[in-house]
Write a protein that binds this ligand. Structure first.
Ligand code: GLN
Length: 461
């Protein structure tokens, strides 16, 4: 075992496949080899066991996560030349646990999107069929896992951006309950919705990675200290893990308009498999979840508008060279730095928060948020997890969805979870035939009961 050789092998693979996939925005070989040297020195000194949970594990981070000395671009011209002066807590925790940082991963610009097509540096391609999108916004994080260009990766999920690309690329993607992973140092999109989580090729890898990055952080007041170890619940056979487990099926999701038959069938297969292994299947209702999309496209842009105000070209961000006064400098720099989808969100948020409009949209959206949260609380009195679709369909072709509102529908099954704050993950169902595209099933859990969804995924695996 040599960490250096692992890094060599991954970079060789990246050299071969990256031109086709474009999962990375940059490689961080200096940091990767430094980390490898620390691991190899520990092996030589006989202190390997003192290293952390991710010792010698090649990892990569979505490019909205600060890693000291690297560019953190959010796949935007706005931050193309920004160099991180510090590590995000999730990054620091992974590195402290001995992970080997291979690079930063491509994404939709500022995490606005569901296909990675809005990246200012070119789209990522789905490794299963390069004429298709990998999903988004964490498309690079998902594609890197399924193409074998990293062992585990981190992504962020504001409305589905971990789960939907995991479904499209056939890997595990976990959006933990809000508060399990610190958001400090992750460039904010919707601060009340954003959550960081792992992508991996196995349930155990995902659980170990989450164990390594989670925990209370004094820099993020919403972060929690929970005394759980997610990897340790993955033991024994499927029947014993599922003993007493009540799994919810939501008719509002299963009968939703727009859900494709192939996806519905695979979700149904998963539910049947779980029932055969001893789980109790219970029908539960989420009557207000249908309003989640409308609430999200008010709350999300409002928070994004506020968060993106900091990219004023003075403290942060691209600066237009010809600006002669402050107003021009803001206007010209922001016009040039942000792409079309970012501008759409900023303008929408600015409108929705203006006097007179706020009362009509923002305030009711917050009320809808309360109703959705209550729906989940009620449902989780009856069940321990919910199993449902991740995305309404399999990965689509580049350019196939050009209408923004049609693109927004990609998240019809994922968004309500961000609104309520509970956890959910995407689990890849085995392909039906050798040429079928990946389909993920979504497993949801009550807030801070994330071990429940890991158990269900472990049983399915
Ligand atoms: N696709 C959704 C959006 O465009 C969610 C993105 C995300 O989770 N970051 O806002």
């Amino acid at each position: 075992f040599s960490a250096k050789r692992i890094v060599d092998a991954y970079y060789a693979r990246i050299r071969d496949f990256e031109p086709e996939i474009h999962a990375y925005t940059q490689l961080t070989s200096t940091q990767a080899y430094e980390a490898a040297k620390r691991v190899d020195d520990a092996i030589a000194n006989g202190t390997f066991d003192e290293l952390g949970l991710l010792a010698g594990v090649p990892i990569a981070f979505k490019d909205n996560m600060n890693m000291q000395g690297t560019n953190t671009t959010c796949s935007s011209h706005m931050l193309e030349h920004y160099v991180s002066p510090f590590d995000a807590t999730c990054v620091a925790n992974a590195l402290h646990a001995g992970a080997l940082p291979l690079g930063k991963l491509n994404m939709d610009e500022f995490a606005f999107g569901s296909s990675t097509e809005t990246s200012a540096f070119g789209a990522t391609h789905n490794p299963w069929d390069t004429s298709r999108v990998p999903g988004g916004s964490s498309g690079g994080s998902a594609a890197a896992i399924s193409a074998g260009l990293a062992s585990v990766t981190l992504g962020s999920d504001t409305g589905g951006s971990i789960r939907q690309p995991a479904s499209f690329c056939g890997c595990i993607g976990v959006k933990p309950s809000y508060g399990i992973v610190s958001r400090y140092g992750v460039v904010a999109f919707g601060s009340s919705l954003d959550q960081v989580g792992p992508f991996a090729r196995s349930v155990r890898d995902a659980a170990i990675t989450l164990d390594a990055i989670k925990g209370y952080d004094k820099h993020d007041v919403t972060s929690q200290h929970l005394n759980v170890n997610y990897a340790s619940v993955l033991q024994g056979d499927a029947r014993s893990v599922l003993r007493g487990m009540r799994i919810g099926v939501v008719p509002e999701f299963m009968d939703a308009q727009g859900l494709h038959a192939d996806v519905k069938e695979r979700v149904h297969d998963a539910i049947c498999a779980l029932e055969r292994m001893g789980a109790h299947i219970v029908e539960v209702s989420l009557p207000d979840a249908r309003a989640a999309m409308s609430a999200y496209y008010v709350l999300g842009p409002c928070e994004a508008f506020s968060n993106l105000a900091r990219f004023d070209s003075v403290r942060y961000g691209h600066a237009h060279v010809d600006a002669t006064n402050l107003e021009d400098r803001y206007e010209l720099s922001r016009s040039e730095g942000f792409g079309a989808e970012a501008k759409r969100r900023i303008m929408l948020g600015s409108y929705l928060l203006s006097a007179g409009v706020y009362e009509k949209y923002y305030y009711p959206a917050q009320q809808v948020r309360t109703l959705i949260t209550r729906d989940y609380v009620e449902a989780f009195k009856q069940v321990d997890t919910i199993v449902c679709p991740v995305a309404p369909r399999v990965a689509f072709k580049f350019g196939e969805i050009s209408d923004p509102t049609a693109m927004y529908l990609s998240d019809m099954f994922t968004i309500s979870v961000n609104i309520a704050g509970n956890g959910a993950m995407s689990f890849p169902m085995p392909p039906k035939s050798p040429d079928s595209l990946p389909i993920g099933v979504q497993i949801m859990c009550p807030q801070f009961k994330d071990e429940n969804m890991f158990k269900v995924a472990y049983a399915l695996e």
